[in-house]
Design a protein around this ligand. Structure first.
Ligand code: CTP
Ligand code: CA
Length: 237
């Protein structure tokens, strides 16, 4: 998307953006995965690069997206691979944006050969919780293992339910994750997944809440980066 109001506003900044979904293997031919297209993360990477940032895109599986130009792409498969790639890149970054759909669980064991029908067939799949990459970044920053001025941004796709509406769940998630910004997409009713538009909010750790009206993922990316930019430590000179 052109007509960006803030050309070169990320000049000299290093951004790490995760995108797409992870796949957690069950056996050599099967996995647990999700429907993330990667479009939002790729749009963020593209717009950040257009604004002058040096972008590392940590990419899981996507809907066959072309890598944005002038962006370094690191391809990962599992949540564990994504965690190591993000942590390594975060050490020299100004901001990390976790737009990826990271699997919350992985199969507890991976069969070395294809699981077959027949006598030994399993009727359940035992799962193990994957580390929360985003929460891990926040903890590492607090412990001094990452730069104190690293800006950390999370994404959340939420639906309302009997326990509360989208914003109630989103505020609780920001409270749990303790990231600087949480970008909230309202999902359900055919929204967000595999679509080109979104609805949502940007919630900030300082309590401010900005509504994101319906728009393309490129426009969403611009708004997210507009919110990240003022949080970056001023550069000297
Ligand atoms: N995330 C992460 N590592 C995980 C799971 C999620 O870094 N293992 C990140 C996502 O990339 C996203 C944010 O955390 O930026 C929120 O993801 P979400 O799935 O909404 O949060 P969860 O804490 O997993 O909550 P839920 O139980 O609602 O899935
Ligand atoms: Ca999750």
């Amino acid at each position: 998307e052109r007509g960006d109001a803030l050309p070169r506003s990320l000049d000299g900044r290093r951004l790490v953006i995760s995108a797409g979904g992870t796949r957690e293997p069950l056996d050599p031919v099967r996995f647990l995965g999700n429907r993330s297209s990667g479009k939002q993360g790729y749009a963020l990477a593209r717009v950040a690069a257009q604004r002058g940032a040096e972008v590392t895109l940590i990419s899981g599986y996507t809907a066959d997206l072309a890598p944005p130009s002038a962006v370094s792409v690191v391809s990962v498969r599992t949540a564990q691979e994504m965690q190591s790639a993000v942590r390594e890149a975060a050490a020299r970054a100004d901001a990390v944006v976790m737009a990826a759909a990271v699997a919350d669980f992985r199969p507890a064991t991976v069969a070395t050969s294809k699981i077959k029908k027949g006598a030994d067939e399993p009727d359940t799949v035992p799962l193990t919780r994957n580390d929360d990459i985003l929460a891990g970044l926040v903890a590492a920053r607090a412990e001094g293992d990452l730069p104190a001025d690293l800006v950390i941004v999370g994404f959340a796709a939420e639906t309302g339910d009997e326990n509360g509406d989208v914003l109630t769940h989103a505020r609780a998630k920001l409270e749990r994750k303790k990231c600087d910004l949480l970008v909230v997409n309202a999902v359900g009713e055919g929204k967000a997944f595999e679509m080109d538009v979104n609805d949502g909010w940007i919630l900030s750790a300082d309590g401010s809440e900005t509504a994101l009206e319906h728009g393309s993922k490129a426009l969403m990316a611009s708004r997210v980066l507009d919110a990240v930019t003022p949080l970056l430590t001023p550069t000297i000179g």
